[in-house]
Design a binder for this molecule. Structure first.
Ligand SMILES: NC(=O)C1=CN([C@@H]2O[C@H](COP(=O)(O)OP(=O)(O)OC[C@H]3O[C@@H](n4cnc5c(N)ncnc54)[C@H](OP(=O)(O)O)[C@@H]3O)[C@@H](O)[C@H]2O)C=CC1
Ligand SMILES: O=C(O)C1=N[C@H](C(=O)O)C[C@H](O)C1
Length: 242
């Protein structure tokens, strides 16, 4: 049985993950929010799951490194500097970071990469996501993950090709770009569609999350899988053997 600690335990995801830990027959070693004792949580855990805020990431990684335990990072809104911190921590402990822990999105990313590698640049790629009114970051971590998969399929970098929103006289669409659009409202758990828009034909791939249990289950699965791994940075396709 693994002792799993949650960072962000009072949040929407934190609560779902606590239920998933028990359902998976693992032990919930504790949970903290903004004011919790991170060192004490890490000392009493075999693995940490972080679904909190980018501002907490550095301290969370440091606590995991100090305790010598793995960490699953599901927090989104990460910037390039956060990924450098994750790479540095992964020199010492196993780390898995992903914008989406669900089986469906992990498989979707694989399909999007494949489609992007087969369809030429004359197929425009646009990614549309819809989330609940409480979400604070945009585009979603999943949209960026799917954009990255499309960019990898085309053998280009997402940072060179992404267009993260349009407003006003933006000019014609530039060939080869990957566009993002975000809708916010209601209680939507998370919908994503990757559109491939060609001449006279369109191909779209969608994933619709009906509730948060899919993310919570995936996060616990990742924690169980990561527990006995060597230091390094791991991915959801490895966890799910996809
Ligand atoms: N990878 C995935 O599959 C998924 C990722 N997410 C991501 O997970 C994150 C959390 O989402 P959600 O649960 O909806 O958000 P909530 O706002 O409901 O919860 C966030 C929690 O994080 C805590 N928190 C905020 N700042 C800190 C801090 N500095 N240190 C420690 N804890 C902190 C808050 O604690 P306090 O109560 O003290 O404010 C709160 O309980 C988001 O980034 C979201 O995008 C969401 C779903 C799936
Ligand atoms: O904040 C959310 O709720 C979600 N966040 C993740 C993201 O940013 O992609 C995953 C999921 O879509 C729900």
């Amino acid at each position: 049985m693994a002792r799993i600690g949650i960072i962000g335990s009072a949040g929407r995801m934190g609560q779902a993950i606590a239920e998933a830990i028990t359902a998976a027959g693992e032990e919930l070693s504790g949970g903290i929010g903004r004011d919790g004792d991170l060192g004490a949580l890490a000392a009493h855990s075999d693995v940490l799951i972080d679904f909190s805020s980018p501002t907490a990431l550095e301290a969370n990684l440091d606590a995991a490194v100090d305790a010598g335990i793995p960490i699953v990072v599901g927090t989104t809104g990460l910037e390039e500097r956060h990924h450098w911190l994750i790479d540095a921590a992964a020199q010492h402990i196993p780390v898995l970071q992903t914008g989406n822990t669900s089986l469906g999105v992990t498989l979707l990313a694989h399909l999007v990469r494949e489609a992007a590698s087969k369809l030429g640049e004359d197929w425009d790629i646009e990614i549309v996501e819809t989330h609940h009114r409480m979400k604070v970051d945009s585009p979603s971590g999943t949209a960026l993950l799917l954009g990255d998969a499309a960019a990898k399929g085309r053998e280009v970098s997402l940072s060179d090709t992404a267009v993260r929103g349009r407003d006003g006289i933006t000019g014609k669409r530039e060939a080869g770009t990957i566009g993002f659009a975000a809708l916010r409202g209601g209680t939507v758990a998370g919908d994503h569609t990757v559109h491939f828009l060609g001449d006279n034909e369109r191909l779209s791939f969608s994933h619709l999350a009906e509730n948060r249990t899919i993310f919570a289950k995936g996060a616990v699965k990742a924690a169980q899988w990561l527990k006995d791994k060597h230091a390094g940075r791991y991915t959801m396709p490895e966890v799910l053997d996809l």
